[in-house]
Design a protein around this ligand. Sequence first.
Ligand code: G1P
Length: 313
Amino acid sequence: MSVASNEPVLKAVIPAAGLGTRFLPASKAIPKEMLPVVDKPAIQYVVEEAARAGIDDVLMITGRNKAALEDHFDRHWELEAALERKLDDEKLRRVRKSADLGNVHFVRQGEPLGLGHAVLCAKAHVGNAPFAVLLGDDLIDETDSLLQDMIAARMRHGGSVVALMEVPQDQIHLYGCAAVEPIDGETDVVRVTSMVEKPAAADAPSNLAVIGRYVLDPSIFDVLETTAPGRGGEIQLTDALLTQATSDQPGGGVLGVIFRGNRYDTGDRLDYMKAVVRLAVRHGEIGSDFREWLLEWAGSDECNGLEQHQLTH
Ligand code: G1P
């Protein structure tokens, strides 16, 4: 296990090469990362989260059909000029915000060989410094400081850090799962002793699921280079982290930060709809009106299926 590290975490990697097949046909011509969650594309929440943790260098690992991501994080001069002419400062602020979050870079994964392979594509950009990985399907509430807490944990103990969240036993097969042991003097920071990708409930070493936030020691790249394809024939980040968890090499050791805040899953249609509603009721401008409507509607005949037939899909 490495010792405390004072190296800052200045770069983030956001894998965004997935085909988004769970959202077809919405994701046919636009990347699923661009689907709006209330009034911002899902990916913008993630880049804003990185910015709040002091990270303004973001590398997105993309594939075909992702040009909209590049446009979204770039300036849009014609639109800005039109809004300036109309003196519409509020919309101007909104349109500029995504381009002002930091330096967003792009590299293509080429082949869909798994999350571990996607992270390996960041090697040249990241270099020999610790970095964060944020998965776009998980949104973390802006009032939570998960990523900051993970960076602080690495600074105290070194190594890599995963975010862990307790989930019901019947959901653990959807996640990486970690076995952990306590660390003296820490409450929600634990040492990871073992990890397994998407275990059956009966084989899961705990109810602690890996959610999509990581702070990684750059030594993970060497490990990923020699990590054989695992579950689903893909190179799994979980497998490389298992190697790190049991390694006494420099940069080895894996910590878990247990997250007890609000996480919004946008990974499939049902969870996505829940995320939209949960974030809409908290929205600064439309939240209270939406909440009022939602409560009223929840008691209505329309909501309770008494009035309407289900739509065909
Ligand atoms: C990935 C990881 C998994 C992790 C999950 C979090 O899986 O492989 O270990 O628990 O993200 O969202 P995916 O959901 O991409 O299949």
